[in-house]
Design a protein around this ligand. Structure first.
Ligand code: GLY
Length: 372
């Protein structure tokens, strides 16, 4: 038996989260005794991993079939969901059967959506294979696909029965994916658990990037704990779950501005510094915390500024964001490390002042994040 940590997300639909290395053998128990058929959804790039999971399930006595779907954001299409529904239908999946999603955030988003909609909701397990997926997308039950009008516009809250976070799956993850994923860990550090920040500061980059590093494991585990605690008390995002969106209001606008060529974590890093600057102007945040934010994110190789000339477009996009309520923008801000607060900001001049602190003159800085 490998050493592993078990976390429980309580509330409307409980989730068991296992964190460790070499955890695949835990999958049958997570699926539970009533499940007979399992659909393993995996992207093209993870054919071998997905097939390994399917074989493991077949050896354990399940009727296991697989669905290979496109990589990354290409997976989050209605046609891909339709393809999975077709396999479920042809294989006679009932309400007591299940889905296992193996992959990054896009796979767990669309696979979770398929599970949420098949027969009005069946059991599913996520096996995230990226740091971003482990820390954020695979945990918490937000499932979605994109439409031509925007990202994540169609979806459902439907929590996985289990999440198997196996750090062995990170062996082949490129460093840039790993570090951009750690932006969400830094976010968890600033909104709730400063020990994550200490871990990033105290250890060399190379140690953070090793899939078998105990430090990386602890950062992942602590971040998942932050998310699990928040989701346990506010599954449907009617209150504190919004704190998880720290840095995301500007980040979504930057992603759109960059036609989704930036990694999510890179955009979140810039958005965090912007929200930090805004917090010094509107709340009681000590500017030293924003300096610390810049230094931690820069250590991870993440951008901390964006094109100064793009403010009008970013402001316009933020206003159209599906999460905006009316025309007044809402931001998650910080009063201090570990003390987030949701604040409406009606004054464009203050937003612009904060943006001036992160706006960059030189277009050359744009190249960095693109390669992230
Ligand atoms: N990604 C933010 C949330 O799950 O609420």
């Amino acid at each position: 038996m490998t050493e592993r940590t078990e976390l429980e997300i309580t509330g409307e639909t409980p989730t068991t989260v296992l964190v460790g290395s070499g955890l695949l053998g835990e999958l049958p128990a997570l699926l539970g005794g009533r499940v007979r058929r399992v659909l393993v959804i995996h992207p093209r790039a993870l054919r071998n991993t997905g097939e390994g999971v399917r074989e493991e399930l077949a050896a354990a006595g399940f009727e296991a079939v697989s669905a290979e779907i496109p990589d990354a954001e290409e997976a989050k299409h209605l046609q891909v969901a339709g393809f999975c529904w077709q396999i479920l239908g042809q294989s006679d999946f009932t309400r007591t059967d299940a889905i296992v999603n193996v992959g990054g955030g896009a796979v767990t988003d669309v696979g979770g959506f398929v599970a949420a909609t098949w027969l009005r909701g069946i059991r599913y397990i996520n096996i995230p294979t990226t740091v971003l997926g482990m820390i954020d997308a695979a945990v918490g039950g937000k499932t979605a696909i994109n439409t031509s009008e925007g990202k994540n516009l169609v979806g459902a809250f439907h929590a996985p029965a289990g999440v198997l976070i196996d750090t062995q799956t990170l062996t082949t993850l490129p460093d840039n994916e790993l570090f951009t994923g750690l932006a969400e860990a830094a976010k968890c550090g600033f909104i709730a658990d400063p020990a994550i920040l200490d871990l990033i500061e105290e250890h060399p980059r190379e140690e953070l990037a090793r899939h078998d590093s105990p430090v990386l494991r602890e950062i992942i585990e602590r971040s998942v704990r932050v998310k699990a605690d928040i989701v346990s008390s506010d599954f449907r995002e009617s209150g504190t779950r919004e704190f998880l969106n720290y840095g995301h209001t500007l980040a979504h606008a930057i992603e759109r501005q960059e036609r989704y060529q930036w990694r999510h974590g890179a955009a979140v890093a810039v958005g965090m510094v912007f929200a930090g600057e805004l917090s010094t102007l509107l709340r009681s945040l000590d500017p030293a915390v924003v300096d610390r934010m810049r230094s931690i994110l820069a250590k991870l190789g993440l951008p901390v500024g964006y094109r100064g000339d793009r403010w009008p477009q970013l402001l316009e996009t933020m206003r159209r964001d599906k999460k905006a309520r009316g025309t007044i923008l809402r931001f998650v801000l910080l009063d201090a490390v570990g003390s987030p607060v949701v604040t409406e900001v009606p004054d464009d001049a203050i937003l612009f002042s904060a943006y001036q602190e992160i706006g960059e003159q030189s277009p050359t800085t744009r190249l960095g994040p693109v390669s992230l």
